[in-house]
Design a protein around this ligand. Structure first.
Ligand code: SAM
Ligand code: SF4
Length: 321
C-alpha cells in the first residue's frame, strides 16, 4: 500500500522474541532485560494471522528478528506458514548466529529465502568483550553450516577502538564467497546512548576500504524490496560490500518498512512511539476486515522521517534492529 507521503510499504520486520543469548554492549544491558511474560508475546498463530493481513495490504517481504529469533520455539514452522501466504515473496531472518548451526538445515527446508548474520568481529576475544558471551566459534560454525549458494548478508557495526582495525578483514569475507558484508552506523538508541562506544561513520569505513581495495564500484538496486544499503563491488570480489548510514544520510524518503514487536505493537517508524496495539485487537475478537482497516490507517500515517533525539525511548532488541 501507499502511505501519506507516497511511499510503497512492502516490507515488515516481525520480532518473535525480546529474549537474547548475547548482551551486545550497544544493545542490551549486562543484566539482560525484564522479560515480557509469555502470555504477552504473540503466538505463532497470531503472527501468521497478522502477516496474512499484511500481505493483503501489499507486504511482500517479511524479516523475522528479535531479540534472538532462533530462541523462539518452532521458528521453522512459522517460516513454513509465512511462505504459504499469497503475496509474500520473501521470508528472511536476522540472527546473531549462536544457534544457527543447529537450525540451518530445517530453516532452509522450511523455505527461508535468506539470512542476515550479525558479526562485528573476527576476533574471539573482541567478540567476548563486545557481546559479553564466549560464543564466537558457535557463530563461525553457524556461518559455515550454510550452503555456499544460500543468500547471506553479514552485518557489522564498526566501533572506534573495538573492531575498526578489522574492517578490511571483515570486508574480505565477501571476496571469495557470494555474501554481502554490510557496515551499519551505530545508532544512538538504547544502550548505545550511555555507553562509551563510538561508531565509525560509513564515509570513514568507505575511505579505509577504498585505500585497501581500490575504487569501489557501485552496484545498482535490483528491486523495490531491496533495503537502504548501498552496495559496492571491489575488483575481483565475488560478493559485495554495503553501507547503511542511517545517521548521516537519512533514507526515510524511500523507507518501505513497518515493524511488529514481539508484544504485538505495530510501529511504522523506528524512532516514534506512535503505532497500533495489534495484540489487543487480535485478542478482542475483531474480525480480519476491521483489523486490516485499522492496520491500513496506521500504516498510512507513517511519519515522514525518523528522529533520534533525547526522546528516543525504545530499545533496539524490542524493535528488531
Ligand atoms: N539478535 C539478532 C541479531 O543480533 O542479529 C536480531 C536482533 S538485533 C537487534 C538486529 C541488529 O540490530 C543487529 O545486527 C545489531 O547489530 C543491530 N543493532 C542493535 N543495536 C544497534 C545500534 N544501537 N546501532 C546500530 N545497530 C544496532
Ligand atoms: Fe542480542 Fe542482537 Fe541485541 Fe546483540 S544485537 S544483544 S544479539 S538482540
Amino acid at each position: 500500500m501507499i502511505d501519506q507521503f507516497g511511499r510503497e510499504i512492502n516490507y515488515a520486520r516481525i520480532s518473535v522474541t525480546d529474549r537474547c543469548n548475547l548482551r551486545c554492549r550497544y544493545c542490551m544491558p549486562e543484566c539482560g532485560v525484564q522479560k515480557i511474560p509469555h502470555a504477552q508475546i504473540l503466538s505463532l498463530e497470531e503472527i501468521v494471522r497478522v502477516a496474512r493481513i499484511f500481505s493483503r495490504l501489499g507486504i511482500k517481504k517479511i524479516r523475522l528478528t528479535g531479540g534472538e529469533p532462533l530462541l523462539r520455539k518452532n521458528l521453522s514452522t512459522l517460516i513454513h506458514e509465512l511462505k504459504r501466504l499469497r503475496g509474500i515473496e520473501q521470508v528472511m531472518l536476522t540472527t546473531n548466529g549462536v544457534l544457527l548451526k543447529n537450525f540451518s538445515h530445517e530453516l532452509i527446508a522450511a523455505g527461508l529465502d535468506g539470512l542476515n548474520l550479525s558479526l562485528d568481529t573476527l576476533n574471539a576475544e573482541t567478540f567476548s568483550t563486545l557481546t559479553r558471551r564466549k560464543f564466537f566459534s558457535n557463530v563461525l560454525d553457524g556461518l559455515q553450516s550454510l550452503p555456499e549458494k544460500f543468500s547471506v548478508k553479514i552485518n557489522c557495526v564498526p566501533l572506534v577502538g573495538v573492531n575498526d582495525s578489522e574492517l578490511v578483514e571483515l570486508a574480505t569475507l565477501a571476496e571469495s564467497r557470494p555474501v554481502k558484508v554490510r557496515f551499519i552506523e551505530l545508532m544512538p538508541i538504547g544502550c548505545a546512548i550511555n555507553s562509551s562506544l563510538v561508531g565509525v561513520s560509513s564515509s570513514e569505513v568507505f575511505a579505509t576500504l577504498e585505500k585497501n581495495f581500490g575504487v569501489l564500484v557501485p552496484v545498482g538496486k535490483k528491486n523495490s524490496l531491496q533495503g537502504p544499503a548501498q552496495y559496492f563491488q571491489p575488483k575481483n570480489f565475488v560478493g559485495q560490500i554495503g553501507f547503511i548510514d542511517a545517521i548521516n544520510h537519512k533514507f526515510c524518503a524511500t523507507c518501505n518498512r513497518i515493524r511488529l514487536t514481539a508484544a504485538g505493537f505495530l510501529k511504522t517508524c523506528l524512532s516514534f512511539d506512535a503505532g497500533l496495539d495489534v495484540k489487543n485487537l487480535l485478542r478482542s475478537n475483531v474480525d480480519d476486515d476491521e483489523l486490516a482497516a485499522k492496520i491500513r490507517a496506521t500504516i498510512y500515517r507513517k511519519p515522514r522521517e525518523h528522529f533520534f533525539g533525547d526522546e528516543t525511548k525504545f530499545q533496539m532488541y524490542q524493535v528488531g534492529g
